[in-house]
Design a protein around this ligand. Structure first.
Ligand SMILES: [Zn+2]
Ligand SMILES: [Zn+2]
Length: 198
């Protein structure tokens, strides 16, 4: 059974657990979405609840993000749980599933079978005889990404004047402190305080 396209009939027959390693390509992730270092370990459990299919599981891997302060790329360990529900779509799909998949592979664009915005982030639809997990996993990964990634909590960022990465040490632009005789005594500590007050 394919991890990304489990058969509904199999899940209905008995609860399923699937796991495996997926690449960014498998998930339709573009560089604008998220960059993964290596693969993403995915473990998912499927069970039927009434007319819906509940999917719970854990995603683990490493994202490569860019720090909003110093603009450096850094490895960001990723581990989070997903809990989503699939409902059968009331309308039949516009194209057979196979064509959608082929179109997606060819264009590199994720084709949404249901383009209308869903108010519930955790509700997805399926049609045909299997679930399409790649668009859901891609979306969950994007939703779990920080809005303002930081390489470290107290990243000092770049000097607004000369652009030097202040994590690597002070630059020559010292602003108002330039003439202070205490500057050499303050050193990094004073600088860290300055940035904390910003
Ligand atoms: Zn940084
Ligand atoms: Zn500077």
């Amino acid at each position: 059974m394919d991890l990304l396209t489990p058969k509904v009939a199999d899940i209905v027959a008995h609860a399923q657990s699937l796991s495996g390693d997926l690449t960014a390509e498998d998930l339709g992730l573009t560089r604008d979405d998220l960059t993964l270092r290596g693969t993403l370990a995915v473990g998912l459990d499927f069970r039927v609840a009434g007319k819906t299919i509940c999917v719970t599981g854990v995603l683990e891997g490493t994202a490569i993000r860019q720090c909003v302060r110093c603009l450096k790329e850094f490895d960001d360990p990723l581990a989070f749980a997903v809990h989503v529900v699939y409902e059968r779509a009331s309308k039949p799909p516009a194209f057979p599933m196979k064509q959608v998949q082929t179109a997606r592979k060819r264009s590199g664009v994720v084709v949404r079978v249901h383009p209308e915005e869903e108010p519930d982030d955790n509700l997805y639809y399926y049609s045909g005889d299997h679930l399409e997990l790649a668009p859901m996993l891609r979306e969950q990964l994007i939703l779990a990404s920080p809005m303002h990634p930081l390489c470290q909590e107290d990243c000092l960022g770049l000097c607004p004047q000369c652009g030097k990465d202040l994590n690597e040490g002070p630059c020559q632009c010292t602003g108002e402190l330039a003439d202070s005789p205490f500057l050499s005594l303050l050193g990094r500590q004073g600088r860290a305080q300055n940035s904390a007050n910003r």
